[in-house]
Design a protein around this ligand. Structure first.
Ligand SMILES: Cc1cc2nc3c(=O)[nH]c(=O)nc-3n(C[C@H](O)[C@H](O)[C@H](O)COP(=O)(O)OP(=O)(O)OC[C@H]3O[C@@H](n4cnc5c(N)ncnc54)[C@H](O)[C@@H]3O)c2cc1C
Length: 486
């Protein structure tokens, strides 16, 4: 569709103000890139929430933006995840500043990210729906239908589609979204309860019924469940009585459920776009991948996509890095999306297992993970997001591509140092890396280990190692800075 008018070129247009688009737009603005966020919904923060679990790696990313403590105050934390009745994962052992799962509604995450984005100067355009897109070598034309129904074409150097699982941007660049439906019929209800469950998260499956109740901490509870005897389309009516009945079958009681403020059905797909980058158009969050809600990975994975893409896109737009840096977004995030699809899909298949062989596998997996520390640590690292590492070029130092934990530095801690959205070079205490920092001050901070560590590490703005060396070789440090920081 051709627009009826053309606006001047924007450096970046982000489509969709869900968690992914909000974090990305904020990061670009923080890096000094003017960014406009296009959202088809009117401006209102909904109190209806899809996601409710924020994992350790996401909290680390929010800490690097000084938002973690504020988010923590909105919810409650749990340190044990119970799956399939027998399998228990102890989040308290996670090697992170945040050894737990934070239960808080998605709208709290969005509220904080939106406030940050506005404070940093992101321009919001609500009631603006993307209806078409074309690109050439120098930019992208985005057709946007505004509140008055008129379609206007906006030109941008880059467009990011963070517009959810039905992404118009993904369709416009011709990316397929292959995959399958994993759960045909799930229900959701936000309710009040007369009796309080013993724990923040209560979950069980019995026979054909499955139910999970999560306490948001503000008097509202999320109930999610399925009933294999009653698999219906998403638009079939849902009454609170059905939610109560399935909950009683799965959990033995409905806790005196009442006052539903939201009742909805949905189905859960497992799909992934083959390419997260098509020329000047990038896909992130649910627009790039969707999976079952098991493990609570969706919003978390989208936020990690945004954290990975933001600094790279800023560096390319500002002319400090070649466009090829954007290919590393696909190389790093596509495999993570694939792994999340596999693990969340596996969890659902085991949870729904009916045939005796699969049930035996489930019992074996549970017993093994409960008993074997390395298996438990691996499962935890994956669910919490702290276990992912990115591929490193051949011959790199062993640390390259790994996540850096919140290590103490002489003047504070790493995730405080990352708050400027800059690279952080950490050197041994005695090292004399008196830098030419002056010219790189806006994108590099030089710090020293608080301990006697002898390694020199260059940390990317998203908290992964860009380059490392044992000891300090000043010439090698300069070369690394030139290659990575520009
Ligand atoms: C029941 C349920 C429970 C879940 N629980 C969890 C959990 O515990 N943890 C977790 O991590 N994830 C969970 N998820 C998944 C999570 O909600 C999503 O992964 C997350 O919302 C994706 O964020 P996003 O920003 O990528 O996309 P979205 O949140 O879908 O945002 C996309 C935005 O784009 C806008 N948009 C769409 N089309 C256009 C267009 N053409 N033009 C302009 N704007 C457009 C939409 O209005 C929307 O605001 C759950 C999902 C469900 C359904």
């Amino acid at each position: 569709m051709n627009g009826t008018g053309t606006n001047p070129t924007h450096p970046v247009l982000v489509v969709g103000s869900g968690p992914t688009g909000l974090l990305l737009a904020g990061d670009l603005a923080a890096a000094g890139v003017p960014v406009t966020l296009v959202e088809k919904r009117p401006h209102e923060i909904s109190n209806l929430s899809r996601a409710f679990g924020v994992h350790a790696r996401t909290l680390e990313q929010l800490d690097a933006r000084d938002l973690a403590d504020e988010l923590l105050a909105t919810g409650s934390t749990i340190t044990e995840l119970r799956l399939f009745r027998r399998l228990s994962l102890d989040l308290g052992t996670l090697p992170s500043r945040f050894p737990f799962l934070l239960i808080t509604p998605q709208y709290e995450v969005e509220r904080l990210l939106e406030r940050r984005a506005r404070e940093l100067g992101v321009e919001f355009r609500h009631e603006s729906e993307v209806v078409g897109l074309r690109q050439d070598d120098s930019g992208v034309d985005l057709d946007v239908r505004g509140p008055d129904g008129e379609v206007v074409t906006h030109r941008a150097a880059y467009v990011v589609g963070a517009d959810g699982h039905r992404s118009a941007v993904r369709r416009a660049v011709g990316q397929p979204f292959p995959g399958v439906s994993v759960i045909k019929s799930l229900f959701l209800a936000d309710v009040r309860l007369a009796e309080r469950p013993d724990s923040v998260l209560t979950v069980n499956g019995a026979g054909d019924a499955f139910a999970m109740i999560v306490a948001f901490g503000d008097g509202w509870y999320r109930v999610m469940g399925w009933n294999r005897r009653h698999e219906v389309p998403d638009d079939a009516p849902l009454a609170l009585d059905e939610v109560k009945e399935v909950t009683r079958r799965a959990l033995g009681t409905d806790y005196g459920m009442r006052d539903a403020r939201w009742l909805s059905r949905f189905h859960s797909d497992e799909r992934q776009a083959p390419e997260y980058r098509v020329g000047r158009v990038l896909l992130a969050g649910d627009a790039a991948h969707v999976h079952s809600p098991a493990g609570g990975q969706g919003m978390n994975t989208g936020l990690q996509d945004a954290a990975n893409l933001g600094w790279k896109l800023a560096a390319v737009v500002k002319g400090r890095s070649p466009e090829s840096l954007l290919d590393t977004y696909q190389a790093e995030r596509h495999p993570v999306g694939e792994a999340v699809l596999r693990s969340s899909g596996g969890l659902v298949r085991l949870a729904r297992a009916r045939n005796p062989a699969l049930r035996a596998v489930r019992a074996l997996v549970s017993a093994f993970v409960n008993a074997a520390r390395p298996a438990q640590a691996k499962a935890l690292a994956q669910i919490s997001g702290i276990g992912y590492r990115y591929a490193a070029p051949r011959g790199s130092h062993r640390l390259v591509g790994t996540r850096v934990p919140d290590v103490p530095l002489e003047g504070g801690r790493l995730y405080e140092a990352l708050r400027g959205g800059r690279f952080v070079l950490i050197t041994p205490k005695a090292a004399e890396v008196s830098s030419d920092q002056g010219s790189r001050e806006d994108r590099l901070s030089v710090e020293r280990w608080a301990s006697d560590r002898r390694t020199t590490v260059l940390v990317r703005p998203d908290g992964y190692v860009a380059w490392a060396a044992d000891g300090v070789d000043t010439r090698a440090v300069w070369a690394a800075l030139a290659a990575h920081v520009g």
